[in-house]
Design a protein around this ligand. Structure first.
Ligand SMILES: [Zn+2]
Length: 383
């Protein structure tokens, strides 16, 4: 058994000091120092915050590799790289590309998930498309957009052991049937995104079974007071959570407090939507087969369209703490238990509750990651 001492433990919306966090591969509990037995191995948190590991449910790549590379090496490189940012589990995210390429990516992720990975743990896959609207494709390749028809339902069911989340445009032909079928008969969560739906179509999608919103504001119909769009539906409905790319580029930081008022505490999710240039220097990279130019923290296609981000999840948390009234003890939930709930892994991930996986991170006041534990094993140390 191991014990973390001298940390500020983030638990249940509070900061707990002068206690020890006991764990093996699972969390054992938070106890008084005096209650610890003699033979535990002590880890000194040196006054840093002690938190559950981050969960990134929308990330394409890192350190030059992309989920769509279709190789185990790519997934393993991403897993290793993002662990340094405090991400202890994640959903490699596919793009709207050919069916063959999506199949390869799904099968590779299935293998890595089963075998385990050094660094961050693969929990499954986020399929971003191919069932999206051409008009709001963003940096997805319109050539490979597919209809969510009966074949698509069968395809997804064949991969329901690995697919955890699907981004879909609820207004396209066949989408409502697809959403009903998948939400009623699988454990896969559905998210509205890359969508031209109007407010009513978005609400119909939510009634059909959508429970999440892919990068709120980006690649969807905006909020107009007489025509509130997908943004309006996402903010107004209590049934959907919203993820946001809080790099201060994808959404103006002045809006963060407003979105929090609608979606916090439990329906707001931080994601990176990071592409393969994450963790790398500026230059030319690729996303979904298209050239992407990375400069000063933004990743764009030749025409200026934002193409994912190079955001790290610890930076996203830092930005939210800096630009909203939420302190770290509450904001931590946006990167931990909230994404865990979105993809239905909250029974064993997302908090430091007894019995959950011992995914634990330490960070300082500026959310610089100092120490990372994945299911009881130390996987990163930065002192
Ligand atoms: Zn994406």
């Amino acid at each position: 058994m191991k014990a973390i001492v001298n940390g500020r433990i983030l638990f249940d919306g509070q900061i707990i000091e002068n206690k020890a966090l006991l764990f093996e591969d699972k969390i054992i509990g938070i106890v008084d120092i005096q209650e610890m037995s003699q033979d535990v191995e002590i880890i000194d948190a040196k006054g840093h915050y002690v938190a559950p590991g981050f969960i990134d449910i929308h990330i394409h790549g890192y350190d030059t590799k992309d989920t769509m590379d279709g190789t185990e090496e790519a997934i393993r490189t991403i897993a290793k790289g993002i662990a340094q940012n405090g991400v202890t589990s994640f959903l490699p995210t596919t793009m709207t590309m050919s069916k063959e390429e999506i199949i390869t990516a799904l099968e590779v992720c299935r293998t890595v998930k089963a075998q385990g990975s050094e660094g961050s743990q693969v929990l499954g896959v986020h399929m971003e498309g191919p069932y999206i609207n051409e008009a709001f494709k963003g940096a997805q390749n319109g050539k490979y957009i597919q209809e969510p028809n009966a074949d698509a339902v069968q395809f997804v069911k064949d991969y329901q052991d690995i697919v955890k989340l699907i981004t879909i445009a609820p207004e396209i032909e066949g989408a409502n049937e697809f959403i009903k079928e998948i939400s009623n008969n699988t454990g896969i969560a559905l998210s509205m995104g890359h969508t031209k739906a109007d407010f009513n179509q978005a609400m119909e999608g939510i009634e059909a079974g959508i429970t999440h919103t892919t990068h709120l504001f980006n690649a969807m119909t905006p909020l107009h007071h007489r025509n509130p769009g997908v943004v309006g539906a996402a903010l107004a409905s209590e049934k959907v959570s919203c993820e946001m790319i809080c790099d201060t580029i994808h959404v103006n930081k002045g809006l963060y407090p407003l979105v929090m008022k609608a979606k916090a505490p439990d329906k707001f999710v931080l994601v990176t939507d990071c592409m393969c240039a994450g963790g790398c220097k500026d230059g030319e990279y690729a996303l979904g087969g298209q050239a992407v130019f990375v400069t000063e923290g933004s990743a764009r296609l030749q025409d200026g369209t934002l193409a994912g981000s190079v955001l790290r999840l610890n930076e996203a948390l830092r930005n939210v703490i800096e630009h909203t009234e939420y302190g770290v003890e509450k904001a931590i939930e946006f990167a931990t238990i909230n994404p865990a709930k979105t993809i239905k892994v909250d029974a064993f991930k997302g908090t430091l509750d007894t019995g959950k996986d011992a995914d634990i991170i330490f960070f300082d006041d500026a959310v610089n990651i100092k120490y990372v534990i994945n299911r009881g094993k130390t996987i990163h140390e930065n002192n």
